[in-house]
Ligand binder design. Structure first.
Ligand SMILES: NC(=O)c1ccc[n+]([C@@H]2O[C@H](COP(=O)([O-])OP(=O)(O)OC[C@H]3O[C@@H](n4cnc5c(N)ncnc54)[C@H](OP(=O)(O)O)[C@@H]3O)[C@@H](O)[C@H]2O)c1
Length: 281
């Protein structure tokens, strides 16, 4: 297979680091916010013009979901206008684009997995900024690949399993919400799926998460069990644990859009076990 030029925006993030690590055999340019701030049209244009990539992966975002509630302008400047800048630069240079979106674009009112064509009804500023970015990118690049994922965990940044491991160092009992369901996703597994999708020339909207679903309480229980942490996990409700941004009660994403590409994601429990080994727990 001929080698491709790839540019990754957000290469210093949780997913970006996994992408850089996994992406062998192609010519990868890894950009953090210090290399190109996606809020600057000029910086994005010159980075893309310099590398002339076949594929751009846009994993850069303002991902602090609660922070987005109090910094709406910043959330839209990075997650929406920034994405537009990258979409425009991709269109200008003839690059393909894979844009990372989120399960938080959905309302969470469904009780069966969200399909790619389900209506978007974000409940938070973060979700709104991603939903608007999806719409704008579709207008600029109808053939872009918009990939929605959920509940990322991996080494090299803040994530839920990392927080649980740290908390149990000082607490013997943890309360975790049991009324939000989703699919935890290991960044290495997602990175592998993204690489395959680019190599297969993917376009349209796809959902990619680890297989299976759980609540945050069930996820925490499995982390404590697998890592043999000396702590008890107790279920609580979102009402008892109020946060600035509303989270969807149910945000499991259907995997049917991955089937045409022959991609089968490992289960989240399998991903978690490999994460814990990688992290040395
Ligand atoms: N984390 C999740 O659970 C989750 C769930 C669903 C979807 N997603 C989506 O998946 C993607 C990757 O998420 P992640 O968790 O890997 O993110 P992350 O760890 O928070 O990393 C964010 C990345 O974006 C970059 N960035 C932030 N502001 C920027 C700016 N103004 N200009 C250029 N780059 C900027 C950061 O660069 P520096 O570090 O160099 O500043 C960093 O590389 C995002 O699109 C996110 O919305 C994440």
């Amino acid at each position: 297979m001929e080698s491709m030029r790839i540019t990754i925006f957000g290469a210093t993030g949780l997913l970006g680091q996994a992408l850089v690590r996994e992406w062998q055999g192609d010519d990868v340019t890894a950009l953090g916010s210090g290399d190109a701030d996606i809020r600057s049209e000029g910086q994005v244009q010159s980075a893309v013009a310099r590398h002339r990539p076949e594929w751009i992966v846009l994993a850069a975002a303002y991902t602090d979901v609660d922070g987005c509630e109090s910094h709406r302008d910043l959330a839209f400047a990075i997650n929406c206008e920034g994405a537009v800048h990258v979409g425009q630069a991709a269109a200008r240079s003839g690059s393909r684009l894979l844009f990372l979106s989120s399960d938080y674009v959905f309302s969470g009112l469904k009780t069966t997995p969200y399909e790619i064509g389900d209506p978007l009804a974000p409940q938070s500023v973060y979700g709104q900024s991603k939903a608007e970015a999806e719409k704008r990118i579709r207008e600029i690049l109808p053939a872009a690949c918009i990939l929605r994922t959920s509940w990322l965990f991996g080494v090299g940044g803040k994530c839920f399993p990392e927080a649980i491991v740290k908390l149990t160092a000082s607490r013997k009992e943890l309360e975790v919400v049991n009324d939000q369901r989703g699919s935890p996703t290991y960044t290495l597994d997602l990175a592998r799926a993204i690489i395959q999708l680019c190599r297969l020339g993917a376009s349209g909207t796809v959902h990619a998460t680890n297989r299976g679903e759980c609540t945050w309480f069930e996820f925490a229980t499995e982390i404590v069990r697998c890592a043999k942490l000396p702590a008890r996990v107790r279920p609580t409700t979102s009402d008892q644990f109020v946060r600035p941004a509303k989270r969807p009660a149910y945000s499991v994403l259907s995997s049917s859009s991955l089937q045409p590409y022959g991609i089968v994601m490992p289960s989240w429990q399998d991903g978690l076990r490999r994460y814990l080994i990688e992290r040395g727990v």
